[in-house]
Design a binder for this molecule. Structure first.
Ligand SMILES: [Zn+2]
Length: 94
């Protein structure tokens, strides 16, 4: 899975920025700026952690776009499951 520069969900563009924040001041793997739908990924973490964080933040964005009212627990579980499926190479074949 490569890190996209942007993802479009239902006509909403979510930008993805790869950053290396000052560790002393900021502590996150991924985060979503909800007003402008910008995801920041902290590239100082492991590849797997960053990829799962990307899925997690995309779900936060989808939650906003579709008014799902998911909580942090829901998003944490769904992102962990989706990441596992992708990591293990599951796919749907015609
Ligand atoms: Zn979250």
């Amino acid at each position: 899975m490569k890190i996209p520069k942007e993802i479009v969900i239902s006509g909403h563009t979510i930008k993805v920025k790869q950053v290396i924040p000052d560790e002393a001041k900021e502590n996150f793997i991924g985060r979503l700026e909800t007003k402008n739908l910008v995801i920041e990924l902290n590239m100082s973490y492991t590849e797997d952690m960053i990829k799962e964080a990307l899925i997690h933040e995309i779900l936060h964005a989808a939650d906003i776009i579709y008014n799902l009212d998911l909580n942090e627990y829901h998003i944490g579980v769904i992102s962990a499951v989706v990441f596992k499926l992708i990591k293990e190479g599951y796919y749907v074949k015609d």
